[in-house]
Design a binder for this molecule. Structure first.
Ligand SMILES: Cc1cc2nc3c(=O)[nH]c(=O)nc-3n(C[C@H](O)[C@H](O)[C@H](O)COP(=O)(O)OP(=O)(O)OC[C@H]3O[C@@H](n4cnc5c(N)ncnc54)[C@H](O)[C@@H]3O)c2cc1C
Length: 420
C-alpha cells in the first residue's frame, strides 16, 4: 500500500501532483466529487496568467491604512464583508503583518519566484504531453498604465520583480499603440514581461491533464474526502462520503476547501478564501493581442478559447456567502471602457459571469509539506493568486516528499510548520 497515493482534489494543483506522483512510480487514485477543472474549481475561472512576474505578495507595507476603505466599499477591488470580519480577523492580522516591511515582502518575493520561474515552459511541456499543446501560449504579459507616473508609483512591486530576476521591456505610447491598436487611448505606457505566458482555457487544460493521468493508469473516485484512517502513525485510508479509499500516502489538494482535511491530519492552518470573479464576452469585436493588466483596474484581460475574459477582484466573505454579481459587472464595465470597439449593448447571452475561491494563506505562500499527524499525508494547497502558474513546481516538491528525497529547490518557505 506504500505505493498507493490518493490525491484529494482535481484542480490544477491536484492534476499536476497526480502526474508528478506517477512519474515517481506511484499508483495514483484521484478523489474528486465534481468534474476535474469544472466550474466549482478556482482552476476553471482564473485569469489564465502563467506569470513568472507574480512575485509580489498581496499585502505590502502601509496596506493597513486602507482597511477602513476595504470595509466601507463593498465594490472596491478588495472588500471585506462586515458580517465576516469577526471570523477573518486573526487571518487579516497575519496578512497585514506578512507585508509589514519591505524586507518581508522581498523574502516572500524570492519564495514566490522559485515557484513561478520557468512556469510557461513547464506548462507547455505538460500540455503537449496531454495532447493540448495549443492551450498554452508564450507571447508575454503586458502591464498597462495611463502614464509612466503610474508605473513609477508602483516602485516597490517593480523593485521586488527586479531583485528576484524578472526582466521587462518598457513601451512608450507609440510602441503600445502598434502592439495593441484596439486598446483605449487613455493608456500611454506599458511594461512587457516577455517570459510570461497564458492558458487559453484553464478548465479544459486541467481536464486534459487528469485524462492524461487516467490514460497512464490513474483511478478516479467520484467522492468528497472527509478525513483519514491513521493507525500506528501510518495512513491506512482516506475516508470519503462514498466509503474508504485505501492508500499509504495522500496529498491534500482541495484548494480553498482543504482546511477541514488539514485539521483531520492534525494541522490547524490559516487557509482563507479570497473570492474572485470573472466575466467572459463571447465572440468579442475587439480585444488585447497580448494578455494585459491595467493599473487602474488590477484585473487581467485575456483572449481565451471561449471569449475575452476579464478576471480579478478580491472579496473576503468566506466559502458560504452568495456571490455579489455587481462585482463581476465592475470587471465587465472596465473591460468595455478599455476596448471601445466592444459594443455597449452586449446581449446577456454573450456574457458569462463566474465567482470562485482563491485558496489563500495570510503570507501569500502555499503550504507544501508533511502533515503533523503523519508524514504519509502531504499538504499542497493555499496557492492564492498564483495556483495556476505555480502548480508544476509545487508538484515537484510534493513528489519529493512522497518519494522521501530532497526537492530540486529549497522547499522550507512553503513548510506548513511555519504556522505551528
Ligand atoms: C478570479 C481569479 C483569478 C485568478 N487568476 C490567476 C492567474 O491568472 N494565474 C494564476 O496562476 N492563478 C490565478 N488564480 C488563482 C488560481 O486559480 C488558484 O490558486 C488555483 O486554481 C488553485 O488550484 P487548486 O487546485 O488548489 O484549487 P481548485 O482549482 O479550487 O480545485 C480544488 C478541487 O478540490 C475539489 N474538492 C473540494 N473539496 C474536496 C474534498 N473534500 N474532497 C475531494 N475534492 C475536493 C474541488 O471540487 C475542486 O475541484 C486566480 C483565481 C481567481 C479566483
Amino acid at each position: 500500500m506504500q505505493g498507493q497515493v490518493a490525491i484529494i482534489g482535481g484542480g490544477i494543483v491536484g492534476a499536476c501532483a497526480a502526474l508528478a506522483a506517477q512519474r515517481e512510480g506511484f499508483a495514483v487514485t484521484l478523489i474528486e466529487p465534481a468534474t476535474p477543472g469544472g466550474e466549482q474549481a478556482a482552476s476553471y475561472g482564473n485569469g489564465c496568467w502563467l506569470s513568472p512576474s507574480s512575485v509580489v505578495p498581496p499585502a505590502v507595507p502601509g496596506l493597513w491604512k486602507k482597511l477602513p476603505k476595504f470595509l466601507a466599499d463593498p465594490l472596491g477591488p478588495l472588500a471585506i464583508r462586515w458580517s465576516y470580519l469577526p471570523r477573518v480577523a486573526p487571518w487579516l492580522v497575519r496578512y497585514l503583518l506578512a507585508g509589514w516591511t519591505e524586507a518581508r515582502v522581498m523574502r516572500t518575493g524570492h519564495a514566490l519566484r522559485a515557484l513561478v520561474k520557468g512556469a510557461p515552459e513547464l506548462h507547455a511541456a505538460l500540455a503537449e504531453e496531454a495532447g493540448v499543446g495549443h492551450l498554452i501560449e508564450r507571447r508575454g504579459l503586458l502591464y498597462i498604465y495611463p502614464s509612466r507616473a503610474e508605473f513609477e508609483a508602483e516602485a516597490l512591486a517593480w523593485r521586488v520583480r527586479r531583485e528576484t530576476g524578472v526582466k521587462w521591456l518598457e513601451l512608450n505610447e507609440d510602441e503600445l499603440r502598434q502592439r495593441e491598436p484596439e486598446l483605449d487611448r487613455r493608456y500611454r505606457f506599458a511594461v512587457l514581461v516577455e517570459e510570461g505566458g497564458h492558458c487559453r482555457n484553464p478548465g479544459a487544460y486541467v481536464a486534459a491533464l487528469v485524462a492524461q493521468a487516467e490514460a497512464q493508469g490513474m483511478t478516479r473516485v467520484n467522492a468528497r474526502a472527509t478525513g483519514f484512517r491513521i493507525e500506528g502513525g501510518r495512513l491506512q485510508a482516506v475516508l470519503t462520503d462514498a466509503g474508504e479509499v485505501p492508500a499509504g500516502r495522500a496529498v491534500i489538494a482541495a484548494g480553498a476547501h482543504s482546511r477541514v482535511l488539514a485539521r483531520a491530519a492534525g494541522d490547524d492552518l490559516p487557509l482563507e478564501s479570497e473570492r474572485g470573479y470573472h466575466a467572459v464576452i463571447a465572440d468579442p469585436e475587439a480585444g488585447p493581442r497580448t494578455p494585459m493588466m491595467p493599473s487602474d483596474g488590477k484585473m487581467s484581460l485575456t483572449m481565451t478559447e471561449t471569449g475575452l475574459r476579464v478576471a480579478g477582484q478580491v472579496e473576503i466573505a468566506g466559502l458560504e456567502a452568495a456571490p455579489n454579481w455587481q462585482r463581476a459587472g465592475i470587471l465587465r464595465d472596465h473591460l468595455l471602457r478599455s476596448f471601445p470597439g466592444l459594443p455597449r449593448d452586449l446581449p446577456a447571452e454573450r456574457i458569462k459571469l463566474w465567482m470562485g475561491h482563491r485558496p489563500s494563506m495570510p503570507d501569500g505562500l502555499p503550504c507544501i509539506g508533511p502533515a503533523r499527524a503523519t508524514a504519509d499525508i502531504v499538504h499542497c494547497f493555499g496557492h492564492g493568486h498564483v495556483g495556476l502558474v505555480a502548480a508544476p513546481r509545487s508538484a515537484d516538491i510534493v513528489a519529493a516528499w512522497l518519494a522521501g528525497r530532497p526537492a530540486s529547490f529549497a522547499a522550507e518557505p512553503y513548510s506548513p510548520g511555519r504556522f505551528r
